[in-house]
Design a protein around this ligand. Sequence first.
Ligand code: FES
Length: 65
Amino acid sequence: AVMYVCLCHAITDTQIRQAVSQGDTSLKEVRQRLGVGDQCGKCSRMAMQIIQQQLELEPNYYEVA
Ligand code: FES
């Protein structure tokens, strides 16, 4: 099932996870890449949780931590 995190930009959790896989490590970076949270901002909290969750799954996270 597709889960929309950011309705203003129709951004899915999958897109946010992919952004992290491509090297983004913070909400700020994902916002710059996708625009998530730059309209109403209601999605910021959920977006941050998904980013955090994905960072823990990414092997690179441990190298830079
Ligand atoms: Fe993401 Fe509005 S739902 S900016």
